[in-house]
Design a protein around this ligand. Sequence first.
Ligand code: PGA
Ligand code: ZN
Length: 427
Amino acid sequence: HISSLFALEVLDSRGNPTVEACVTLNDGSSGRAIVPSGASTGCREAVELRDDDPARYQGRGVLKAVANINDLIAPALIGQRADEQRRLDRLMCELDGTDSKSQLGANAILAVSMALTRAAASHHHQPLYRYLGGSNAHLLPVPCLNVINGGRHASNNLDIQEFKIVPHQASSFAEAIRMGEETFHALKTLLADSGLGTGIGDEGGFAPMLTSNEQAVELILQAIEAAGYRPGEDISLALDPAASEMADTGGYRFSHSDNALRSADEMIELWQAWLDRYPILLLEDPLGEEDWAGWETLTRQLAGRVELVGDDLLCTNPELLQRAIDRGVANSVLIKPNQIGTVTETLDCVALANRHGYGCYLSHRSGDSEDTFIADLAVAIGCGHMKTGSGCRSERVAKFNQLLRIEHELGSQASFAGRGTFRTRSA
Ligand code: PGA
Ligand code: ZN
């Protein structure tokens, strides 16, 4: 039974306040968790409660969310069994009483939800991935490393937010990380040799000023070769244009580069042209969160060639995912626990995707922390591929390190997902 539950204000990787919750059970087991925070957030995400007190942290303090845990959630949960996750998550949602979790804050609710999972796993003497995923949890994901950052995650002139490398032709997760890191370092050398910036953005990728979005792709392809790998064969690409951020009257504005305005149809043509030229396996948010009509056309034209992931569009929300399934939109869903706000609802979204043949692409946030919950979650749900940063920054490599530990612990039982996990016909 839960004997104590409290929260405190800690920091995320951008130096902004965030919530940590700590749960202790009466047998001495305990669990704690820190919630992450996005920058290019979807408008239908569960609400991250901030204090809006300009006197502290430029209004970004989370003392209200912390107080909601200490004063409202703790009294309701103390004395309950931590392993009744679904019941306790529902209880917190009822206590909140809103669809968007705006009363208590999704940051408060998720911190407790994750801490409960950890405490329950510890109580049952199981590693988190096995407690959540059962005895068959054994699949290590392909890491998609975000090696060039643009959009909201950097202050350069790239519109596309994430240029990712996908080292799928590896025999293990450890090997995939090695291939990814070797390419990351080759890219650094290439940038430096070309007189381009090697400073990094929020997710640990380089954030150089370039002449075009295409140049970012060309540089990455060169880096893959310089590291001794074959683009498309050993290492492919994934992009997150985060197009909701580009939405403007009449279409999509490339405001970081040439300020061009493209209609939805022109965007689809653009991605089609990129798919013809470059070995791209996955496109996330290639159109905006309000553009369901555009998404329908895009899915009809591109599904089968490439995995089409809804991030801002779907917000890890089972209701939005159901709508996508009904309308034939996207073929994969981004999974970010803090978009929906409980572990239970995150797992419900994954289950719905699985039932309908949609992919699940697990993700960190651009403001993250040393918390490695999503590393265990990746193996628990067997998602096959995930994004949790580039080749550096401890809040990113912490997840890699946890996955390396899990692979080591599983030994010969571990499998590496590989290319077949992407929703592409040629896979
Ligand atoms: P965010 O970005 O965490 O800033 O929302 C990540 C993404 O768009 O996938
Ligand atoms: Zn995204």
